[in-house]
Design a protein around this ligand. Sequence first.
Ligand code: NAD
Ligand code: TYD
Length: 333
Amino acid sequence: MNILVTGGCGFIGSHFIRLLLARRPSARVLNVDLLTYAGRGGNLADLARHKRLRFARADIASNAMRAIISRFRPEAIVNFAAESHVDRSVLDASPFLRTNTLGTQNLLDAARAGGVKRFVQISTDEVYGSIPGKGRAREDGALLPSSPYSASKAAADLCCLAFHRTHGMNVVITRCTNNYGPHQFPEKLVPLMITNAMHDIPLPVYGDGQQKRDWIHVEDHCRGILLALERGRAGEIYNFGIGSEPPNLLIIREILRLLGKPATLIRHVKDRPGHDRRYAVDCSKSQRELGWKPQMSFKAGLADTVSWYRKNIAWWLRLKDSSFRAYYKKNYA
Ligand code: NAD
Ligand code: TYD
């Protein structure tokens, strides 16, 4: 089976490709990635000579996608490619709309023209917006995105559903909570706090630090995506999360404890505009229909992740380059 994976040089896409090749010996994978600041070929260095993995550098929002699809003839497309960081979308929304929304629409058109049998859209629980009280968003919940990032993803979801209804395309959408694990770009909360703390750089906490996300290990998410690809019903949406809700400050304190660093590194900074207070999803549909169950507790997963960043300093040090420093200065000014 030929499977086209977009964004496979990013954090989650690279874990997914590794899982897919390991679990499905008949799968041949073409990884299409534009290699933006967030995409690194090195994330798949262990698979550089893998016989069933190929790579093409291309933009999902470009005409190149039609030619790529007609040559590779994928049975399925799994679309991870995206601009993925909320803070960057606050600074400039345009690349988000271009890649996440128009890129998805372009890929849907190319998939349709190429007769692709299944299209899996990797979306996010952020499309539901902030969830008050003890509620949990279900797949049929309202879309109330707060950031330009989540708005661009919600628009892409609507496009996917429209292509299913209008053109009968076999589309499945996954909406997962916040991921963490090895190879996550050090702009996101967990790797930023680990790598800053390792170098005794202050840890910037937005507002009171009591915001909650349901942190899931990236490998649990990828197992869910594989199930959605193989068992998901066309036109359906599947949530993934593990049901834990540690507030940001608790996570940061745990990271400092694991690294043996002092709490004096914590700095409360101005809150992120439009900051969602809480994300929480109901995953009963994925458990019931796909037979999915997360395997990693947040405590164990976080300890493993801290240890990975300690052992792989060369990997993340390269990413904290001058363009990262310029972004950092602008965002945290
Ligand atoms: P990431 O930023 O680590 O990787 C994104 C990848 O997409 C990079 O390799 C980048 O080079 C590539 N890319 C960007 N623009 C492209 C374009 N126009 N054409 C081709 N490739 C392009 O992101 P991630 O954290 O791995 O997220 C992957 C997907 O999962 C995204 O769609 C994101 O919305 C979704 N998601 C992420 C999380 C999370 O916590 N990180 C949670 C839920 C859903
Ligand atoms: P992030 O990793 O950016 O993911 P998302 O915004 O998609 O949930 O942020 C996770 C949480 O951590 C969110 O509540 C914002 C907060 N945060 C900080 O307090 N400081 C930071 O420097 C960053 C990057 C995030």
